[in-house]
Ligand binder design. Structure first.
Ligand SMILES: Cc1cc2nc3c(=O)[nH]c(=O)nc-3n(C[C@H](O)[C@H](O)[C@H](O)COP(=O)(O)OP(=O)(O)OC[C@H]3O[C@@H](n4cnc5c(N)ncnc54)[C@H](O)[C@@H]3O)c2cc1C
Length: 354
């Protein structure tokens, strides 16, 4: 998004990306795009029509079950202004909007060093000098250590990601409805979420020590499934079906930077997105924030005020991210508690009355 916005202003950004190509890895579940951040960014990038063509306003429903499979909440309102879009569709729209060869695939950055008022950026067998470096490189950013000593901390919860094809798993489709379903019980949660093209993405979440989460990450999928079956013992058969039948995708321990993470502004270097404010997904804001950061940073980098405008971007970004990060930390704590189902129900009911 930042590269697109800079190109619209006549700049020539380069995107260095470690993936070899756009389809190298599964990108994760569907996203709801919020009006003032994600959707606003698409509008500013001149990509509103492409977004509307790919978005799924019909998939904004919410369901909540207890561990016995009792449906406690069911809301299906496609008039909400937070349409869903697949990550792959969003990424494709953004990639197609860039001038050819803006993205240099397969360029994993392993070192960045300040050099004569610029930055020498390098990887295996290559290095290149840049005037400005923006760390948009996610949770384990290699740019962040040049600005901040903060490191992401494990949040105590691990999600196991599962995939379903609705044609082959109609029961999971029925359970999910149009949108997202949560089943929440004593420090555990099952989440399924409708994606495009007849796919459903699922997450089984448990509280787990960090060392065990790492171990799970090294196990074959079937061993992880067995561990989940034990963790969800006693849950309703149609909920256990999610764990038993889902295609294993990966183990995702949740990490976060400290709420309110910030640094002393440094000319030529800044961060956006998860690199700046990694948080658990329980505020549903990560991608939306990253896109909003891109808009504000593009404005700052193309203003005539020099680097001080980037300092202003940083302050706006810190404030916006801190609110979402606090929400994400609270959301994770309430869902993965002994009274998680009551908290989620309260949250959904409050949204109906907003
Ligand atoms: C399970 C889960 C569910 C989520 N659900 C939602 C949701 O519903 N809504 C929402 O808004 N957010 C959600 N999020 C959060 C969201 O995924 C992130 O906030 C978002 O992807 C951050 O975007 P980013 O561009 O900052 O970082 P990333 O998406 O992590 O992108 C970083 C990029 O940098 C590249 N890179 C990294 N290191 C290097 C390197 N050394 N050299 C070169 N390239 C590098 C990576 O390959 C990647 O392409 C969820 C997160 C998780 C874990």
């Amino acid at each position: 998004m930042l590269a697109r916005l800079l190109q619209l202003q006549g700049k020539c950004p380069v995107v260095l990306e470690r993936d070899q190509h756009a389809e190298e890895r599964p990108l994760g579940g569907s996203l709801d795009m919020h009006g003032e951040t994600g959707q606003y960014a698409m509008e500013r990038a001149g990509l509103r029509e492409e977004f509307i063509a790919a978005a799924r306003p019909e998939d904004q429903g919410d369901r909540l079950y207890d561990p016995g499979g009792v449906l406690l909440f069911d809301r299906n309102d496609s008039t909400d202004d937070r349409p869903e879009i697949d990550r792959s569709a969003l990424r494709r729209i953004l990639l197609n909007s860039l001038t050819p060869r803006t993205v240099r695939w397969g360029q994993r950055i392993t070192r960045i060093a300040p050099e004569k008022g610029a930055f020498m950026v390098g990887g295996s067998g290559w290095q290149e000098q840049f005037d400005v470096v923006i760390g948009a490189d996610g949770a384990w950013s290699c740019v962040r250590p040049l600005l901040s000593v903060a490191v992401p901390r494990y949040e105590g919860v691990t999600l196991v990601e599962l995939g379903f094809d609705v044609d082959r798993h109609p029961r999971v489709g029925e359970l999910t409805g149009n949108g997202k379903m949560f089943a929440v019980g004593d420090n555990r949660a099952l989440i399924t979420q409708r994606n495009g093209y007849g796919h459903i993405r699922g997450y089984a979440g448990v509280r787990l020590a960090e060392s065990l989460a790492r171990e799970w990450g090294s196990w074959p999928g079937e061993n992880v499934r067995q561990a989940l079956q034990n963790a969800f013992d006693g849950w309703a058969p149609e909920l256990r079906d999610v764990i038993e039948t889902g295609e294993f995708i990966g183990v995702r321990p949740l990490y976060a930077l400290p709420v309110g993470h910030s640094w002393e502004s440094q000319a030529g270097l800044t961060l956006l997105g998860d690199a700046a404010h990694l948080m658990s997904p329980f505020s549903g804001e990560g991608v939306n924030l990253a896109l909003a950061d891109a808009v504000d940073l593009a404005d700052a980098l193309t203003s005539t005020d020099g680097w001080s405008s980037v300092g202003r971007y940083e302050r706006i970004m810190y404030a916006r991210a801190a609110v979402a990060a606090e929400g994400a930390a609270q959301g994770l704590k309430s869902v993965f508690s002994s009274t998680g189902v009551e908290h989620v129900l309260e949250h959904y009911r409050a949204r109906v009355h907003e």
